[in-house]
Structure formats: C-alpha cells, structure tokens
Design a protein around this ligand. Structure first.
Ligand code: SF4
Ligand code: FES
Length: 251
C-alpha cells in the first residue's frame, strides 16, 4: 500500500509543533501500525533525519505504553484495540492518515507522539493500593470472594493505564481510569479497609491534576481497549457518596 502520513512533530515540550507529511510506498497489510512507523523511522534515520518519537513496550496490548490519535480516534479506527495491535489491513491503498499525540491538559507532549502520563501515577499513589501484613504468602482461597465480585474486579483490573479514555473525553477527564482502579480494589475483601478514603482521595487527586470533570459523555468507554464499562464510574460515584455520608476524611 502507498500511504501519506501526516504526523505531529514537536521537538520538545516548549517547542511549537506542527503536522508534517511523509509518504510510504511499501506498507504491507499485515504490518502492525507501530511496525509501519518503524519502517518510516528506518527511512528517516537512513536519510539523516530525526525519527518520530512514540511510546511502546510490549507490543502485545498489555502494557499500556502505546497510544496515539489516528484519524481523530484514540488507538485508531478499530474498537477494543491498542495502537500496537492495530494492523494496516484496516487502511486502504492511497489513504492519508493523521497521527497525533493524546490531546489533554494533564498529558503534556514530551516529544512528537510521546506524552507525559505521570499524572496517572499520582492518582494511583493517592489510593490505588491495599494494606497487607508482610510475611509468607497466604493460603490460596483463604479469603472467600464470590464469583460475581471476582469477575467484576478482574474486569476492572484489566485497565492498562493507556490514557485513551482521557484523550477521547471532551473534558479530558480520567474518570474511567480512576473508576477502574477504585472498582478493582473496592469489590474485593482485601480492598475494604481503605475503600472510602480511596474513592475520595483518588477523585480529589484527579481534580487537582488538571483532569476535567465527567459529564457522562461515554466517549471513554468507546475507545477503551479493554472495554472498561461505564458501570465502573457508577461504582466510583457510589463509593464517593458512601464515603461522604460516612464522613471519610481526604488526607
Ligand atoms: S480505562 Fe481503558 S482507556 Fe482508560 S486507561 Fe484504562 S485501559 Fe486505557
Ligand atoms: S505497546 Fe504495550 S500495549 Fe501497546
């Protein structure tokens, strides 16, 4: 396939970025989107030019590193897919493809398609943990967990922290991410001691970090590669309400 790529190039966080056009003549339909960018970068390096910076690690859809806005869609045109798992067969010969970084106030651009997602780490630090006594590993199944809670907690735990939900939200809200973490821990017996302070503190932290508020648009769920349901947000709101009524302190 012959493609025209229009890619956001920005040398540094302070630099002014712009879309830059490149053509590729030999793209195979079975290449992944990142492999296609690898081909472009090899060409740029051989030409003595600066390769396009983008985040990636596992390339298997599990680490959450990759992510870019492709033709206006976070992670591209295919639902429930990370950018690394998107293949070029979803595009046509002669296409022009726009490739941009996540656009959100809380995710400033570092270089080209790389954004700083450390704000997610700050949200996790504010409550995304449980207290455990150290010592030898507990007996398996020592704490019974009912099947429905185990399944729902597991589904929420599949969030890979990619940030697509933030990029897709018109408010730049991290509500789906925070809700996934709160739901994952709050549905398990081990997560009960901090359940109320967790919900209050993680929500307060996301507000403090320049993420927008949730207005129930639902765009986050549409682009989430793991299909985290909007019900997680309801669970977060439920926990926040419970904590507020119980007078949980945010400290
Ligand atoms: S909720 Fe979905 S889109 Fe948001 S960070 Fe987690 S996996 Fe990515
Ligand atoms: S590189 Fe790990 S999820 Fe895409």
């Amino acid at each position: 396939m012959k493609l025209t790529l229009r890619i956001w190039r920005q040398a540094s966080p302070e630099a002014k970025g712009k879309m830059q056009s490149y053509t590729l003549d030999d793209v195979e339909p079975d290449m992944s989107f990142l492999e296609m960018l690898d081909v472009l970068n090899e060409k740029l390096v051989l030409d003595g030019k600066d390769p396009v910076s983008f985040d990636h690690d596992c390339r298997e859809g599990i680490c959450g590193s990759c992510g870019m806005v492709i033709n206006g869609n976070a992670h591209g045109p295919q639902q429930y897919t990370t950018t690394c798992q998107l293949h070029m067969r979803h595009f046509n010969d002669g296409d022009t493809i726009d490739i941009e970084p996540w656009r959100a106030r809380a995710f400033p651009v570092v270089k080209d398609l790389v954004v700083d997602r450390s704000a997610f780490d700050e949200i996790i630090k504010s409550g995304g943990y449980i207290s455990v006594n150290t010592g030898s590993a507990p007996e398996a199944h020592a704490i019974p967990v009912d099947k429905v809670s185990a399944d729902d907690a597991f589904d929420a735990a599949t969030c890979i922290g990619c940030g697509a939900c933030v990029a897709a939200c018109p408010n730049g809200s991290s509500m789906l991410f925070t809700a996934a973490k709160v739901t994952h821990l709050g549905l398990l017996p081990q997560g009960q001691p901090e359940r109320q302070t967790r919900a209050i503190n993680m929500l307060a932290k996301q507000d403090e970090l320049d993420f927008g508020g949730c207005t129930n648009v639902g765009a986050c769920h549409e682009v989430c590669p793991k299909g985290i349901p909007l019900a997680s947000i309801a669970q977060l709101n439920h926990d926040v309400l419970g904590a507020t009524l119980a007078g949980a302190r945010s400290d």
